[in-house]
Ligand binder design. Structure first.
Ligand code: BES
Ligand code: MN
Ligand code: MN
Length: 456
């Protein structure tokens, strides 16, 4: 422990500067204009893995963005940890809301502000540096494999193929991921589940062209109004989702499980204050922690139609669009929910419009075990580094590859994230606390130590 702390202290500035260099690459996977930067980020990541001491480092091409692989096999009789992370980031827009530019990392008040600071560059880079630390201090007790991808934020489509084609190379005893949140640095936690996802786009088409809203208004249905009504009808007065069959497969938690989940610290007043909302909202009969952790949801991520420029234009739009996502919980599956949504949305369309539904991407929900030695190792590591044991929580976000690792490779995951929900992931002014970054680098080698010991 002392040796770990000393190493971090001795290399403090470099550890931070290297992360800053990584954050300067605008590796936005969703927008093709950043293509070159995304590829450079993969190369930088590979170089840093090599420098840290990894063998067989490779920037593996895919149909999309490359996957960076590297490994250190010290002894085939020792357990193997597969570290997964992603070097791609979400688009930074809206740019005008950033206090400092998204790809010029800036420290304010002990926090690093940049797109990807927390999700996931700041977090996966802790693993590269913790690995370096273990290599340089001669204390790596397990085999380690790194797989850092560049398409997580757009659905990891090519990663699935890579995993299927590289089963032997990816063989491991556990997957370790830092891409989730903790409750706070004072009350550390470990996420034990992630929601799945069905993401699709809908289009409601009315007249064959935009019309004068005075000449035709009143006689022709307005697709924007129709879309708004259709979307509004997807929740009932109890905020249940109205799609027939939507809840059929949902695993209900036992009274004990619900109680354990609700024991996590949650201050509703703080929650509302942080978001500047007067009331929380959600499915009747469930707490906020349950609503985000254990219940499926439906959200409109974007909606557009007609004239949205400066000033006023009188127009009855020809069509209206929305991007809709549903978060899924065990035992829902993304294919089935996408099908149920499509059938329902098509069925509720009134005769004045035509409806088109286009699926984007999906991912399956997961619950990770809390009785495994890997989970115990994470518990021990966090307890040692933070002084208090972690609280198990259920995360609301999605990391589709976790279910795939289990299905394809039969490997379970430990979600040892160090972010905070308040780190503004996917929002303007994303940040990551410098404290969390160093704390992560300190905790990770402890995980390896305990995992190796418990595996004996
Ligand atoms: N790291 C997040 C997921 C996350 C964040 C899980 C916080 C738990 C707590 C990941 O990068 C992400 O944003 N995933 C997407 C899904 C993907 C298919 C676009 C998401 O959850 O929206
Ligand atoms: Mn992420
Ligand atoms: Mn993300």
């Amino acid at each position: 422990m002392q040796e770990i702390k000393q190493y971090i202290e001795d290399h403090k500035e470099r550890l931070l500067n290297e992360l800053f260099d990584l954050l300067r690459f605008p590796s936005v996977s969703a927008d093709p204009k950043y293509k070159e930067a995304v590829i450079k980020t993969a190369e930088y990541t590979a170089e840093k893995l090599r420098e840290a001491g990894a063998d067989n480092v490779e920037v593996c091409p895919t149909e999309g963005y490359p996957i960076v692989y590297g490994e250190k096999i010290i002894d085939s009789s020792k357990p193997t940890v597969l570290v997964y992370g992603h070097y791609d980031v979400q688009p930074p827009e809206p740019l005008e809301l950033w206090k400092t530019p998204p790809f010029e990392p800036t420290v304010r008040d002990g926090k690093i502000y940049a797109r990807g600071a927390c999700d996931d560059k700041g977090q996966f880079y802790m693993h590269v540096k913790a690995f370096e630390l273990m290599m340089r201090t001669n204390s790596l007790p397990c085999n380690i494999k790194f797989m850092i991808e560049g398409e997580e934020e757009v659905g990891s489509n090519n990663l699935g193929i890579f995993v299927k084609e590289n089963k032997e190379r990816l063989k491991a005893d556990v997957v370790l991921i830092s891409d989730t949140s903790m409750l706070s640095m004072e009350t550390p936690s470990l996420e034990t589940g992630l929601r799945g996802l069905s993401y699709l786009e809908v289009e409601v088409v009315g007249p064959n062209r935009d019309l004068h809203s005075g000449v035709y208004g009143g006689a022709v249905a307005n697709p924007a109004t129709i879309l708004a009504k259709m979307i509004a009808s997807l929740h009932d007065e109890n905020n249940h989702i109205t799609i027939p069959g939507f809840y059929d497969d949902v695993a209900e938690l036992s009274a004990e499980e619900r109680q354990a989940l609700n024991a996590a610290p949650y201050d509703e007043e703080e929650y509302k204050k942080d978001l500047d909302i007067a009331e929380v909202w959600g499915e009747k009969g469930y707490s906020t922690l349950e609503r985000t952790g254990t219940r499926p949801t439906l959200e409109v991520n974007g909606i557009w139609s007609g004239y949205i420029g400066e000033g006023a234009k009188t127009v009855l739009p020809s069509k209206a669009n929305a991007k809709i996502s549903m978060r899924l919980v065990p035992n829902q599956t993304s294919d089935k929910i996408t099908r149920l949504f499509t059938e329902h949305f098509t069925r509720i369309a009134p005769p004045y419009v035509k409806v088109k539904v286009t699926p984007h991407h999906g991912g399956e929900p997961v619950v990770t075990p809390t009785d495994s030695i890997a989970y115990q190792a994470a518990q021990k590591a966090i307890t040692e580094a933070f002084g208090v044991p972690p609280i198990p929580t259920r995360g609301g976000g999605s990391i589709p590859i976790v279910a795939l690792f289990e299905a394809e490779l039969g490997i379970k995951t430990v979600l040892m994230g160090f972010g905070l929900d308040s780190d503004a992931l996917h929002s303007p002014n994303e940040k990551y606390d410098i404290f969390n970054y160093y704390k992560g680098i300190e905790t990770i080698p402890l995980f390896y130590k305990h995992y190796a010991e418990l595996s004996k």
